[in-house]
Design a protein around this ligand. Structure first.
Ligand code: ATP
Ligand code: MG
Length: 285
């Protein structure tokens, strides 16, 4: 029994999908120009597909699970297929943009306009929710040139940095959806496949947690220890070891990325020295 996973054949999610599997300890051959491959050390078969096709393949059970952008799932699979885990890469937003020269005050300015997009489903829902009536022009690629060639007044397209919009004389005016890569699954997995999926999810969560946390080591004068320990959350509580030099200790702990800089500053103020911060590879709590 194997679990079959569909990932993007090439494109923005391809490398990060493979990297995630590798970080989960799963060895596969990189499959550009291949349809499928097998992991050597996990019962996993990998299918390489166009991202647009992944939701359908998983829904139909041709693949059991898949890695794909949330944007694609919401557009192509209605009602959306089961999401089992957000993956933290492929982050982008589906945004509305208009020519920089257009005066834009609110979404009402889009009423009666022509909007070009590759996401007619998501855009249609958004406009309905906002009470806007607009003409949706579905085009499959290079949406950003539509206003320049007179095909549309506005566009709704994926954006990450915004540089493509800028180069095409457009400005971003509304966020329609925030998206990242997700792991989706067919609902009719066998018990054995469910178990394999649970194993994979367990590994993915360990990798994700590790990425959000850092291991920190520092030296503290013993008379400042309690204050310094008070600043450190740690997995259970920080580890404290005596240094060879009397009156000093080494303190080890784990810090979350979000609180990282604030805590480092407080630690220095409290008298910590020789602070080392190192990446964590896997983290199981
Ligand atoms: P395919 O050949 O598989 O159909 P594609 O050209 O449709 O590929 P890509 O451009 O490779 O798709 O994007 C894949 C996914 O990457 C998007 O659906 C989206 O979830 C995510 N993504 C992240 N940042 C961006 C961005 N700036 N522009 C477009 N997609 C992005
Ligand atoms: Mg595509």
């Amino acid at each position: 029994m194997k679990l079959r996973i569909a990932i993007q054949k090439s494109g923005r999610l391809h490398e990060d999908s493979i990297k995630l599997l590798k970080e989960c300890g799963i060895d596969i051959n990189n499959g550009v120009n291949k349809l499928k491959t097998e992991a050597t050390n996990f019962p996993l078969e990998v299918f390489f597909l166009r991202d647009d096709d992944i939701p359908q393949y998983v829904e139909d059970g041709v693949a059991d699970i898949g890695i794909v952008g949330e944007n694609v799932v919401l557009e192509k699979s209605r009602p959306p297929i089961r999401t089992v885990e957000k993956l933290g890469f492929g982050k982008c937003r589906l945004a509305m943009a208009v020519p920089r020269s257009m005066e834009y005050n609110s979404i009402k300015d889009l009423d009666g306009q022509r909007i070009a997009t590759s996401y007619p489903g998501i855009l249609g829902d958004f406009l309905a929710k906002m009470g806007i009536t607009a003409e949706i022009h579905e085009i499959s690629g290079s949406v950003e040139i539509a206003p320049g060639i007179g095909l549309a007044d506005a566009i709704c397209d994926l954006v990450s940095s915004g540089s493509t919009l800028f180069m095409n004389g457009l400005k971003e005016v509304e966020t329609v959806l925030r998206s990242e890569a997700i792991l989706v699954a067919n609902d009719k997995l066998t018990a054995e496949q469910q178990q394999l999926l649970a194993k994979l999810i367990f590994r993915i969560q360990a990798v994700k947690k590790a990425k959000n946390n850092k291991y920190i080591l520092l030296n503290a004068p013993n008379d400042k220890l309690s204050e310094i320990i008070g600043l450190l959350p740690g997995m259970k509580s920080p580890t404290v070891l005596p240094l060879a030099e009397a009156g000093w200790s080494s303190v080890h702990s784990v810090l979350n990325e979000n609180e990282f800089w604030d805590i480092i500053e407080s630690l220095k103020e409290a008298g910590a020295q020789g602070i080392l911060v190192v990446p964590i590879e896997k983290m199981v709590i």
